[in-house]
Ligand binder design. Structure first.
Ligand code: C2E
Ligand code: MG
Ligand code: MG
Length: 752
């Protein structure tokens, strides 16, 4: 029978009464009484033992439940602290101890603040008092520090426990039961989300997120910056709002097929901004799937590439187009011609290449100025374009040269026929006067034409032969066209053999300088100087005159080395003669220079060197230049001539009257004398025009205090006419043909 505590009290009273019941005098106790007494005592003893057992059991249960509670408290996955009003730790569970790396006793009575990250202390201190008093519903996020002083992100929440309420739990003061949850992972996620949101918002690329039915859900700032649409204006609508109409339905169909098949698409697309402007974007669209593989979102990311495309176009324009005329330049022409050849070969078609050169363009440039020249070129470009089909190419080849490529002729006959028609049309078009900002200007053109495949198989060959045909057009009076012919081909071949041979001429000592005496017309039997005239003693072809090979030497640049050799040879030879001849003294040795020799910056040095080598005074050397020399880089040429003149070298203008004969040149260039071309001298007696020209040249020269030398005097009549007209010096077959030095030596009386 189980007794409750009340029963136990009863028993105690009973036992006391029993003891009281024992008579003071044991002699008066009967054996029966003693027996009864023993029995009662036994019963009491048994009852006491039972009561004791119950007490032990109750105590054990208490201990077990206390242990359970402690285990629960200690091992709970959240941290528990009991804090007093000041924030002192009264009790901690094992989770907190492990978190901080401290034992219970190490934490006991310490302030929680000791374990808080310095940056969060202020918040904690500021909030703790209020938190302590009224913790319900409040959370404090802060960082604790572990043993290694690493931060642990936690969130505190709490419950205030009043002393009375906690009395059964052995609390003797109010305290705050604090719950600590580690929120590191959550924090990390939050930070990542925050970062992702920032990236989304501040991305330089426009971003839009749509639902599977392409309704726009979200856009970022760059989207607005590029398109002009604010979120409220596009959210809920579809990206069609941006459509420019530049891409057709097939384009979008293909795009969506790719997105849904491969997950992503990217490409260039033209859209329209809110203000109506078109813009180009580089767009990638990706499909985002849910866990069942169904589209949950589409994300479009794009950058505005309008400017880049514009730049690319400009760069292309610069690289492939001539800035002045906006025509394709040489590079693009090459490309088109290459393509044209490939197509023509593939489809068995014929092509035609025109090489055009404006006649006398240089004069326009020099007389009316570069601005007028530019205007003319622009106008010519326009007219040329109007003469051909859109698919044909009109290119500016350089300077006043243009190349036209015509394609798609079915056979040679059609190519030749149409080319001739178009060439005539161009000649006619370009001979109409040009209005150059108020100035009327008339020009003409020379055209050379090659046909593919007949006249060349490569770009280079077709252009080169067209150029050669153009030269023929120029030679046959300008303002006409010439189809490249077999005779031109053999001429070209001869020329290339000549070029080949010329390479060996100097090292093989095949070049010879001839000298033609210069005469004072009043004392014709006295030589006053010589003109050095080059000859090529070709091993097979014999003596070749300079007009036949000097142009080749000029074009290939060989003239620089050859010219230097002539200078050196002539100076040396002259020095020898000077030593031989005393009376009358030899006054000058004239050496012809080519335009090409003025291009490098060594000419002055070279001449000085030649004079030094020959130990010849500069005043004896006269260099002869033509108007072609003057017409290239004017300021450079003028500066070179001035340097030469400063040295003492004299300069004469050769072949005067045959070139452009611009008086401007005479004024601008430092020269000492003019040579009247032999073509005027030849007919001077019969041709009144030539008479006038010669008279004019002489009078101009006199006014400008220039010396005059007449070339090509073949008879006495010419000589005396020139003399009467005021010309003092001359050269010609009448006195002597150009001769090699050894033959001329005989002309001089031996020195005393
Ligand atoms: P140029 O400088 O005008 O030389 C005068 C030309 O007239 C020479 O022709 C000469 O032989 C020729 N000649 C002289 N007197 C008469 C005459 O009475 N009647 C006729 N019909 N012709 C006469 P050449 O030697 O054939 O030279 C032709 C051109 O070649 C020269 O014309 C000159 O421009 C150029 N040349 C000659 N040697 C050189 C040189 O070393 N360097 C350069 N760059 N050019 C040269
Ligand atoms: Mg000359
Ligand atoms: Mg001459």
């Amino acid at each position: 029978m189980k007794k409750n505590p009340a029963d136990i009290d009863d028993l105690r009273h009973e036992a006391e009464s029993l003891i009281n019941f024992v008579p003071a005098n044991l002699d008066t106790i009967s054996p029966h009484d003693i027996q009864t007494l023993f029995h009662e005592l036994n019963v009491h003893q048994i009852e006491l033992r039972m009561q004791n057992e119950q007490l032990v059991e109750a105590q054990q249960q208490l201990i077990a439940s206390r242990n359970d509670f402690i285990t629960l408290f200690d091992l709970a996955p959240v941290g528990y602290l009991r804090l007093d009003e000041k924030g002192r730790i009264l009790q901690s569970n094992r989770t907190v101890q492990e978190m901080l790396g401290k034992s219970h006793s190490e934490l006991r009575d310490k302030f929680l603040a000791v374990f808080i990250h310095a940056d969060d202390l202020n918040i904690f201190n500021a909030r703790y008092s209020a938190f302590y008093k009224k913790p319900d519903g409040k959370h404090i996020e802060l960082r604790l520090l572990d043993m290694q002083k690493n931060p642990i992100y936690i969130e505190l929440s709490g419950r205030l426990i009043k002393k009375e309420a906690g009395a059964s739990l052995d609390f003797n003061q109010d305290c705050l039961l604090v719950n600590i949850i580690a929120i590191g992972e959550r924090k990390k996620m939050e930070e990542q989300l925050e970062l992702a949101a920032k990236v989304f918002e501040h991305s330089q690329e426009g971003i839009l997120i749509t639902s599977p039915d392409t309704t726009i859900l979200k856009i970022n700032l760059a989207f607005t910056a590029v398109t002009g649409y604010k979120p409220a204006e596009v959210i809920g609508r579809t990206p069609k709002i941006l459509s420019s109409g530049r891409q057709g339905p097939a384009f979008y169909l293909n795009m969506w097929q790719k997105i849904n098949k491969e997950g992503c698409w990217q490409g260039e697309i033209w859209n329209r901004r809110k203000n109506g402007d078109l813009y180009a974007e580089w767009l990638s669209i990706c499909r985002i799937n849910d866990k069942f593989g169904r589209a949950s979102h589409y994300i479009g990311i794009f950058s505005d590439i309008t400017l880049r495309k514009l730049n690319e176009k400009q760069i292309e324009q610069l690289a492939y187009f001539d800035t002045l005329t906006e025509l394709p330049n040489r590079a693009l022409l090459n490309d088109r011609l290459k393509q044209g050849i490939v197509q023509a070969v593939r489809h068995k078609l014929w092509l035609s290449v025109f090489f055009l050169d404006l006649d006398r363009f240089k004069i326009l440039n020099d007389t009316l100025g570069h601005f007028a020249g530019d205007l003319l070129l622009q106008n010519v470009a326009k007219r040329l374009k109007s003469c051909v089909r859109e698919s044909d190419t009109v290119a500016r080849f350089g300077g006043d040269e243009f190349v036209i490529l015509l394609t798609d002729f079915v056979d040679e006959q059609s190519a030749a026929h149409h080319s001739a028609e178009i060439a005539k049309k161009i000649l006619n078009m370009l001979s109409q006067p040009f209005d150059l900002s108020g100035n009327q200007f008339i020009t003409s053109t020379s055209i050379g034409v090659t046909l593919f495949p007949k006249d060349g198989s490569s770009v280079g060959e077709l252009i080169k032969n067209a150029d050669a045909a153009m030269y023929h057009a120029k030679a046959s009076g300008r303002n006409n066209y010439q189809l490249f012919s077999d005779s031109m081909r053999s001429e070209a071949l001869t020329r290339s053999t000549l070029e080949n041979d010329l390479h060996h001429a100097l090292p093989n000592q095949e070049l010879v300088v001839y000298y033609q005496p210069l005469i004072d017309l009043q004392t014709p039997n006295q030589i006053i100087g010589f003109e050095a005239l080059l000859r090529w003693n070709h091993p097979i072809k014999g003596l070749i005159p300079p007009d036949d090979f000097i142009p080749v030497a000029e074009e290939t640049g060989m003239i620089v080395a050859i010219g230097e050799w002539v200078l050196k040879t002539a100076c040396k030879q002259f020095k020898i003669w000077q030593k031989q001849v005393r009376q009358p003294p030899l006054k000058k040795i004239c050496v012809n220079l080519s335009a090409r020799q003025f291009l490098g910056n060594n000419l002055v040095h070279t001449i000085k060197q030649c004079l030094d080598d020959a130990e010849l005074d500069p005043e004896f050397l006269e260099i002869e230049i033509t108007e072609t020399v003057m017409m290239q880089n004017m300021s450079t040429v003028i500066s070179i001539l001035q340097q030469l003149m400063t040295m003492g070298v004299t300069v004469s203008l050769d072949d005067f009257g045959t070139g452009y004969s611009s008086l401007t040149y005479l004024k601008k260039f430092p020269i000492n004398s003019i040579k009247i071309d032999r073509s005027f001298v030849r007919d001077i007696l019969n041709d009144p025009d030539d008479k006038v020209i010669v008279h004019s040249i002489i009078s101009i020269a006199r006014h400008m205090r220039l010396e005059i030398i007449a070339e090509g005097i073949e008879n006495d009549e010419q000589a005396s006419y020139l003399m009467q007209s005021g010309c003092r010096l001359g050269q010609g077959f009448l006195y002597s043909k150009p001769l090699p030095a050894e033959q001329l030596g005989a002309l001089f009386p031996p020195a005393d």
